[in-house]
Design a binder for this molecule. Structure first.
Ligand SMILES: *Cc1c(COP(=O)(O)O)cnc(C)c1O
Length: 495
């Protein structure tokens, strides 16, 4: 035993000198920065990113040597490759394009509505330069930024005046703040909505300074309930569209016609928060009916507000239409400035609204509408094509075409199941959940639906231009899993 101790010490000392010589042989950061390839990165990337990545590669190698994992001298090319991986990782933003295979057309988490081509072109053209945002080209005088689209909005909805803010939550708050600060607003108990956690009508009322007066019950509210609550503190009768739920069964609700008539008799204003306002009757395309802006206005609503990026299929914004004197008061409110939209939003909205001048054109060209109205026959053709591409790329995996149900999402068409077609896959090399994670974490992230222990790629939200990157992402995920399995097997053999 006593003989062994000095020998072990000697072995350790030998290991330490080996490590030291490996560490000494590591090229310095400044030496690596002179490498031809590293220098070429500096042409397109900030110096700090390149330097940080090279430092990270050297540090990682140093740690590997000290831990005894790196026992051979490392080639400079290998270090450059490591630095490149670091650089890629660091320069990939976490906010980036993804492939939406969920079938949820208006997925709030994935940015809601994809824009139509005309809107994209308008943004690209104006983004790099200047535009007549608040400039009257005829007179050279200062203009109002929302003037550009007011005419389009009034033509399409039949309203007399219109304005645009950042989102519909802002539109609601601005209306309440402008007309009901310190006064009462009467709302049915069946309509105290919450949209996606952060928009809760009672909280928005509170923030605006308006006083909420709830009437009726969760399932039944009558005109007499509103009537009984009106007093000299009342400023507004307010209706909110239950966008993401439905009250069914023994129910009763007050139509806008009756609500507006009552409001006007008492010199109050009637406001309709439509949420996902449809600009024309979508049921003619076989879609579930959504309350339309036009009908709300013809019912007598003084102000109607709705989102630009829900069913309308435009950029994120909130649109307010209604009586000119009321719109003017909103436009001149000091809060308006804090909610104003930028040039790109206005340009995209303008281009999207132009599609609506002809509803048929909109139904064909606005992606949200064309996706929602695609028939299962059309989707089945696409599904077959996608599954064939997948089978060709991954012959050992099983893909099959199936039918399923999806939803519009984004607070539109609540509770309405929409029949759809999916490509289903039960991965052979990993669990469905593991594969869903791997796809989400890929170079081009894919967000799929998991059902019955299979991954579903829903054709309702996949466009043909998504097929190639989708197949590439799935192939890469399978190869990665197989490589991981193989390296685990290696470990097994060594043991
Ligand atoms: C979605 C919705 C909102 C909030 O609109 P954003 O554009 O998301 O701000 C407000 N009210 C109703 C009824 C909605 O459906």
């Amino acid at each position: 035993m006593s003989n062994n101790a000095p020998r072990k010490k000697k072995a350790n000392a030998k290991g330490a000198t080996k490590k030291q010589s490996l560490l000494r042989s590591l090229p310095s950061v400044s030496h690596l920065l002179e490498h031809e390839e590293v220098r070429s990165w500096l042409e397109s990337l900030p110096r700090t990113s390149v330097v940080t990545s090279v430092q990270a590669a050297v540090h990682a190698t140093r740690r590997a040597i000290l831990a005894g994992e790196q026992t051979e001298p490392i080639a400079i090319e290998e270090l450059v490759e490591l630095a490149e991986e670091e650089l890629m990782e660091r320069s990939t933003p976490s906010l980036r394009p993804v492939i939406n295979a969920t079938g949820i057309v208006l997925h709030t988490g994935l940015g809601r509505a994809p824009l139509c081509d005309a809107a994209i072109e308008a943004i690209v053209e104006a983004a790099a330069g200047y535009c007549s945002l608040e400039y009257d080209l005829k007179t050279g005088a200062r203009g109002r930024r929302t003037d550009h689209i007011e005419e389009l909005l009034t033509t399409i909805t039949g309203a007399e005046a219109a304005t645009v803010v950042n989102n519909n939550a802002a539109a609601t708050l601005l209306i309440l703040h402008t007309f009901a600060q310190g006064k009462q607003v009467i709302v049915s108990r069946g309509q105290l909505i919450e949209i996606g956690g952060s928009f809760r009508l009672p909280d928005i009322m509170g923030a605006s300074g308006a006083i909420l007066r709830e009437v009726g019950t969760t399932n039944r509210t009558r005109l007499s309930d509103f009537q009984g609550a009106i007093d000299d503190q009342t400023a507004m009768l307010f209706r909110a569209h239950p966008s993401n739920y439905r009250v069914i069964g023994f129910t009763e609700d007050v139509e806008m016609d009756a609500l507006a008539e009552l409001a006007h008799k008492h010199k109050l204003i009637a406001v309709d928060d439509l949420g996902s306002g449809a600009l024309f009757d979508l049921s003619r395309y076989g879609l579930p009916e959504e309350p339309s802006v036009e009908r709300s206005l013809s019912g007598g609503a003084d102000l109607v507000c709705f989102s630009g990026d829900k069913l309308l299929g435009g950029p994120q914004c909130g649109i307010i239409v209604g009586r000119p004197n009321l719109i003017e008061q909103i436009d001149t409110s000091p809060l308006m400035r804090t909610y104003r939209v930028d040039k790109m939003t206005l340009l995209a909205l303008d281009a999207t609204l132009r599609c609506y001048l002809d509803p048929e054109h909109a139904a064909q060209n606005v992606p949200t509408l064309s996706m929602l109205r695609a028939t299962t026959e059309e989707l089945a053709v696409l599904a077959t094509r996608l599954s064939e591409l997948l089978k060709a790329a991954l012959p050992s995996e099983q893909f099959y075409v199936g039918s399923d149900f999806g939803y519009a999402g984004g607070g539109s068409m609540p509770g309405q199941e929409i029949q759809t077609v999916v490509v289903q896959w039960r991965p052979s090399s990993a669990s469905t959940e593991e594969m869903a994670d791997a796809l989400r974490d890929g170079d081009i992230p894919v967000i799929a639906r998991v059902r019955d222990d299979t991954l579903c790629f829903d054709l309702r939200t996949l466009r043909e231009q998504d097929f190639e990157p989708l197949v590439a992402s799935i192939t890469a995920a399978v190869w990665d899993e197989e490589a991981a399995d193989a390296s685990q097997d290696d470990v097994g053999i060594e043991e």
